[in-house]
Design a protein. Structure first.
Length: 116
């Protein structure tokens, strides 16, 4: 897996896992528009897996946010779902302050994967 990201319903990046590339480096055109579509269609659509030549994307809509896991061409799509499950569980169980922290050099939140 290459990274787990959290986006707002507007498509703006909110958080990313510690070692993930920046969200704008995800090789998928129109990502922000697609995230807006997912958020607006969330009553009918809650999870999406996309296969593309260089990997996989797995999206899950949660309230006003979209969690995204990115995997390379040899990634197992089931593991992307597990990564999103773990991020969602930690976020719901421990709250955003425990799961996310603000980086000094960026305005966004990054998913905290270190020790508690």
């Amino acid at each position: 897996m290459e990274g787990v990201y959290l986006f707002s319903s507007s498509g703006a990046s909110v958080a990313e896992s510690r070692n993930s590339p920046a969200a704008h480096d995800i090789p998928f055109g129109g990502l922000r528009d697609f995230l807006r579509y997912l958020a607006e269609s969330s009553r009918n659509l809650s999870e999406v897996t996309i296969f593309y030549p260089s990997g996989f994307l797995f999206f899950r809509v949660i309230d006003d946010f979209v969690l995204l896991a990115v995997g390379g061409p040899k990634a197992n799509p089931s593991l992307l779902r597990v990564a999103v499950d773990v991020a969602q569980y930690r976020w719901k169980d421990k709250g955003m302050d425990k799961v996310f922290r603000r980086e000094q050099r960026s305005r966004g939140w990054r998913l905290f994967k270190g020790r508690e």
